[in-house]
Design a binder for this molecule. Sequence first.
Ligand SMILES: CC/C=C\C/C=C\CCC/C=C/CC(=O)SCCNC(=O)CCNC(=O)[C@H](O)C(C)(C)COP(=O)(O)OP(=O)(O)OC[C@H]1O[C@@H](n2cnc3c(N)ncnc32)[C@H](O)[C@@H]1OP(=O)(O)O
Length: 294
Amino acid sequence: MLVATLSKRLLRVGQAKRCGLSLRSFSDAKDKDLVLTSIDGDTGVATITMNQAPVNSLSLEMCQAITTAIKEVESQPEIQSLVLASSLPGVFCAGLDITELHKPDEKRLTDFWHSFQQIYFDLYGSRLATIAAIAGHAPAAGCMLALSCDYRIMVSGAGSKKPSTIGLNETKLGIVAPSWLGYQYIDTIGQRQAELGLSLGLLHQPEQALAIGLVDELVPREEVLSRAQAEAVKWGKIPAKARLASKMLARKARLDHLAATRKEDNDFFRSFVTNETAQKIIDGYLQSLSKKKS
Ligand SMILES: CC/C=C\C/C=C\CCC/C=C/CC(=O)SCCNC(=O)CCNC(=O)[C@H](O)C(C)(C)COP(=O)(O)OP(=O)(O)OC[C@H]1O[C@@H](n2cnc3c(N)ncnc32)[C@H](O)[C@@H]1OP(=O)(O)O
């Protein structure tokens, strides 16, 4: 049902095959699915919708589901563009699932960080034109998902009592964003704004995010998805090889660097997170999140 609301003419598996598209799980996906993938049969735009209530936090399984969905879409040579969206009102993605970092099992923690790195490779390095439809909060790794796309459309904050926010807030939690995420920030909003944002752990309201170039457009909530899909059509019409080569001019060195240092990055992450001080911070943060509710 959910998927049916996402686009005017979504294809079921059989229809998709007749159109030469062989994506497996979309409009017949179950609501329990962590991500839902659909293809608009009129435009050929794919939409991957994160669907992990309550906040689309990135657990190991969620990271893997996002990667699988991107790979499925990429395997369709006819598809040139992709929208990344959320099914949850008010939240795009709350970042890493903090419970993954709390008293972790070492093997699972290693797999978890590996799967998060993998999203960076798959989304930031995707051959597809990628548009983020940010209709809600996007802190930390949620911001990373948006930064990994080619174009970011966010819900406007105008007239909202509690506007959505986006940014890298890790330092506010006493943790540090990994360097590759920091560089994505610098590459997108420039050295000075990134230094301020990273050091102070700033979460920006939409108008501020637009002003510093963290997002590209603001639109009313009800238009975020349709506007992103329209933008995806535009990007999908650019000659694909030239578009990808241009994207790689800006991104290849960053991707190659993480590929070369992936294991060290994971080792560092693991030793950082399993450290007693970090565990105290994570424990306190989890408590503050649930206290906020009560
Ligand atoms: C030198 C170091 C180098 C390398 C590596 C080292 C360090 C570690 C990794 C560094 C990278 C970190 C990146 C991250 O992504 S960290 C995560 C940051 N995310 C946040 O701070 C967001 C937290 N959440 C919120 O602010 C709000 O939930 C949000 C604004 C998104 C939505 O608010 P809303 O009011 O709608 O919902 P809540 O009531 O707050 O939440 C509902 C339930 O969801 C739980 N929740 C929320 N966020 C998370 C999360 N990120 N992980 C797990 N669970 C989350 C929340 O506790 C509520 O649960 P219940 O109380 O209902 O059980």
